[in-house]
Design a protein around this ligand. Structure first.
Ligand code: ADP
Ligand code: MG
Length: 253
């Protein structure tokens, strides 16, 4: 079985700024990998590279056995065209700190938007699945509410349902609870935990150490564009091997 994500010496620069300095990582199917690290360490950039939003400058990156950004024909590599990239991106769900729901659409319409645009399924079928997804995230009764009628936590759960609507094989979460009032964080984490229990492969950038410890299969500490430490969450949290991990954990725990 292919790893769901495999990174080998991944480098990313923005102009002269070296943001990723050789990332080596594997995420197995069904694994929940949590990623922690100081602001500016390259966590979001790494997720964006996995999701075709940034092009890497060196190294290789695969999702489900396919090189990100390229199509292989014989032993030649061809850069993907825009519509091919769009198709690949549909296989990956991404949830951001800010939910970016369409403000003029109801919750269920937001969830239906991408599958309807892709037009492989009938509107009725998509609607039924969207309602089931809203039920899954605990918002069956909010299907017809507009984003401004929902709390931040409810909006984030709609965003998760929206990402799931394309039946992704991988879900990326970039600090999904960082913008929420503390009392709303738990409901979002509960939805993510359920998703993990159902076997979804997930990469979760988060500073919710309780979630990392209880739900994560692995925990990665990034700093300065490199993976400083990766291990079982319990091991990394209770006995970090590197001084940089220790001092970071001392601040977030
Ligand atoms: P993190 O998510 O760990 O906080 P980021 O991946 O967002 O870190 O950013 C890593 C570094 O890359 C930061 O110094 C940030 O300013 C820089 N950076 C991120 N995106 C861009 C961009 N599009 N252009 C220039 N610099 C960027
Ligand atoms: Mg970030």
């Amino acid at each position: 079985m292919n790893p769901m994500v495999k990174a080998e010496g991944v480098h990313k620069n923005f102009g002269r700024l070296e943001v990723l300095k050789g990332i080596d990582l594997e995420v197995q199917p069904g694994e929940v990998m949590c990623v922690i690290g100081p602001s500016g360490s390259g966590k979001s950039t790494f997720l964006r590279c996995i999701n075709h939003l940034e092009k890497i400058d060196a190294g290789r990156l695969w999702v489900d056995g396919e090189l990100v950004g390229y199509r292989q024909k014989g032993d030649k590599l061809y850069e993907l065209r825009d519509h091919e990239v769009a198709r690949k991106r549909r296989e990956i769900g991404m949830v951001f700190q800010r939910f970016n729901l369409f403000p003029h659409m109801t919750a269920v319409e937001n969830v239906m938007e991408a599958p309807v645009q892709v037009k492989r399924e009938s509107r009725a079928e998509v609607r039924e699945r969207a309602l089931a997804l809203l039920d899954q995230v605990g918002l069956a009764d909010k299907a017809n509410a507009y984003p401004n009628q929902l709390s931040g936590g409810q909006q984030q759960r709609v965003a998760i349902a929206r990402a799931l609507a394309m039946r992704p094989k991988l879900m990326l979460f970039d600090e999904p609870t960082s913008a929420l009032d503390p009392e709303l964080v738990g409901d979002v984490l509960a939805v993510m935990r359920k998703l993990a229990e159902d076997g979804m492969t997930m990469v979760v950038v988060t500073h919710e150490m309780g979630f990392a410890r209880e739900v994560g299969d692995s925990l990665v500490f990034m700093d300065g564009g490199v993976v400083v430490e990766k291990g079982h969450p319990r091991d990394v949290i209770t006995s970090p091997r590197h001084e940089r991990t220790q001092s970071f954990l001392a601040k977030v725990l």
